[in-house]
Design a protein around this ligand. Sequence first.
Ligand SMILES: C[S@@+](CC[C@H](N)C(=O)[O-])C[C@H]1O[C@@H](n2cnc3c(N)ncnc32)[C@H](O)[C@@H]1O
Length: 372
Amino acid sequence: MITTHRIYHGDATQMAAIGDGSIDLVVTSPPYPMIAMWDQVFAVGDPRIGHVLAVGDGSTAFALMHGCLDAVWAETFRVLRPGGIACINIGDATRTMQGDFRLYPNHARVLSALMAVGFTPLPDILWRKQTNSPTKFMGSGVLPAGAYVTLEHEYILIVRKGPKRVFVSPEDRRRRRESSFFWEERNHWFSDVWMDVKGTTQNLADREARQRSAAYPLEIPYRLISMFSVKGDVVLDPFLGTGTTSIAALTAARNSIGYELDEALCRIGEASILASAPQARACVEGRVRAHLDFVSNRTSAGKQFRHRNRHYGFAVVAESESDLVLDLPSSVSRAGPGLIEVSYAEDLGGVSDGQTSPHEAEKPATGQQTFL
Ligand SMILES: C[S@@+](CC[C@H](N)C(=O)[O-])C[C@H]1O[C@@H](n2cnc3c(N)ncnc32)[C@H](O)[C@@H]1O
């Protein structure tokens, strides 16, 4: 199996290289309006923004900044296939302008814009980013009534283009079953509050680039891609930054396309994707280890498993997990300017659930893999 990952240096308000209805899933995090680090980016998109910020008119700046993003949501709707889903990570902003402290509710404004271009809203996720910082409490300390609630969460808005996607052909149905996630992952990933996702950095250069682009941790796009697309799909990130969404897509054996306005970030993104094979493999192997721990704990608790995965032989809870196949990225290489190709190994190897099959008939047949 091979997947491809393309980076376009350009403005996502006009994604001319992408055909109508050709994208299966969008996963992204835009620059957040009224967060100071993005003021300059928005001011380039609309020169009026620099002026209204300079005179302290926060409400108009908020409206104009969202006007820049609205054009991207319209493009997102155009390029998505019917039934395709868009997941948008967005945080609200707090800011004091001319002595007036207030909240700028980005998530509400983005959701309104998504509905205005035709998307159907679905239940969303609250990403709780708890901090122990002593400065997290804002306002008048322990004196009422001028203290403010801390801002320790972001949103992942989830919307769909039209009615839900259908899988009709035998090939589509097979890909869907092979893309199944584990039952215990379903219970965790589909909860509406994510409290366990923290940022990770690999090295200094990576950390600087990730701070500059406000990168999200790999776990965020990886879960969303696993939840809302199938293997071989095409995932788009209109605000690619350091390429985290593409790394998540290749880890999950999906193709990807990214748009990024900042040329330096395009280069950083390409380098990050090219260096991502060890991180991608660790992610897939971590899922297998977590599943085997789950099997072991559940077995110790005296619970039975009714099914076995037909490829690896380990126990699973749901029947559709029997067909689950995890592809391990084996090589990531440059196939041309802004184009990366990934190949996959079928052999995961190296792990066992330590169980013999409860039913002889369910033992993996010849040619199937067993984790040893
Ligand atoms: C919040 S960051 C995305 C970070 C990314 N998720 C990551 O993990 O690195 C937003 C990115 O959008 C880019 N950007 C802003 N406006 C854009 C536009 N109109 N078209 C394409 N990219 C844009 C910025 O340069 C920035 O890299």
